[in-house]
Design a protein around this ligand. Structure first.
Ligand code: ADP
Ligand code: MG
Length: 297
């Protein structure tokens, strides 16, 4: 046991968040230590994206306070890297990998002919971090989903942030690429000693990588180890209905009756409604690194 007290990377104190007059999070309090890798779980609509947006200063708090590295939330906080959930349209783009990363760097704006040497060096640094040099010369349209995800992670790492907010990086990746992305984020997170919040539908791809889990549901938040949070009583409260937790061969299944709850979410995601589910926030003004380059243009 160590007696050293780690600095908090993130503290959420009695926070209430509302959208359209409806409470999304009610009086939530928790604290994330510097250097932790946190899986952010919870059913569709639980407020994972909304909470990240609040940390970025994009959504005013109805009550309470959020502190990032000890400082109150501000818009354009350079110490936060953000990967928004909406990333559609990348697969059709001819822009080269390096240019795509550079678009998010300070001093690289479309229309500016020359970037500063410092900005170029930072682009090289983040490409190396994600092992992305080989992707630099290739157009996005020729990359796999997992390779594009590596470049998106590189963008988030520009400017050397201390906290990464990654919103559902695994969506629409096949299981093999999901594992690759989780392993990459884990490696980079450890190498840089930064704090990561990584949201996902499914716990299992994250199981062996995360330090703790932040589970959202029913307006509440529970932060703890997997053994503390992924339990019948805690999850039943977060889902507002009886939940069973089954452990099979090192995997964990969260069940409502005989239905796996994260599979339920996927059914919505891939269903005939396509991606029409609620995630219509405007992410284009997100973080100052990812701000002016919309992924969707
Ligand atoms: N602009 C908005 N106005 C009102 N409600 C919204 C808005 N955006 C999202 N919501 C609702 O807020 C809830 C939380 O959404 P979200 O944070 O996207 O959840 P998650 O990321 O966990 O799926 C959902 O019920 C969603 O329908
Ligand atoms: Mg979301």
């Amino acid at each position: 046991m160590t007696t050293s007290i780690k600095a908090s990377a993130l503290t959420v104190e009695h926070v209430t968040l509302e959208l359209g007059g409806r409470p999304i999070l009610k009086d939530a309090s928790f604290s994330v230590e510097a250097g932790e890798f946190i899986g952010v779980l919870g059913p569709n609509g639980a407020g994972k994206t909304t909470l990240m947006r609040a940390m970025l200063g994009l959504l005013p708090l109805s009550k309470g306070a959020i502190r990032v590295n000890g400082a109150a939330v501000v818009r354009g906080n350079a110490s936060i890297g953000y990967m928004p959930q909406i990333r559609s349209g990348l697969a059709g783009r001819r822009v080269r990998g390096r240019d795509f990363v550079a678009m998010a760097a300070d001093g690289h704006r479309w229309g500016l002919p020359r970037a500063s040497a410092a900005a170029n060096a930072d682009v090289d640094r983040v490409l190396d971090l994600v092992d992305g040099r080989a992707l630099a010369a290739r157009p996005l349209s020729e990359l796999s989903g997992g390779e594009r995800q590596r470049l998106l992670l590189a963008q988030c790492l520009l400017g050397d942030p201390k906290l990464l907010l990654l919103d559902e990086p695994l969506i629409s990746l096949d299981p093999r690429h999901q594992t690759g992305v989780v392993d990459l984020v884990r490696r980079v997170q450890r190498e840089l000693g930064i704090t990561v919040l990584f949201s996902a539908h499914e716990l299992n791809p994250l199981l062996n990588s995360i330090d703790r889990v932040l589970y959202l549901g029913n307006g509440r938040a529970a932060l703890g180890t997997i053994d503390e949070v992924i339990t019948k009583p805690v999850l039943s409260q977060l889902y507002g209905s009886p939940i069973d937790v089954m452990r099979v061969n090192g995997r964990i299944f969260v069940m409502a009756g005989d239905v796996e709850v994260d599979k339920l979410d996927h059914a919505h995601e891939d269903g005939p409604d396509g991606h029409s589910h609620s995630h219509d926030h405007d992410h284009s003004h997100a973080h100052h690194h990812s701000g002016t380059h919309s992924h969707d243009v």
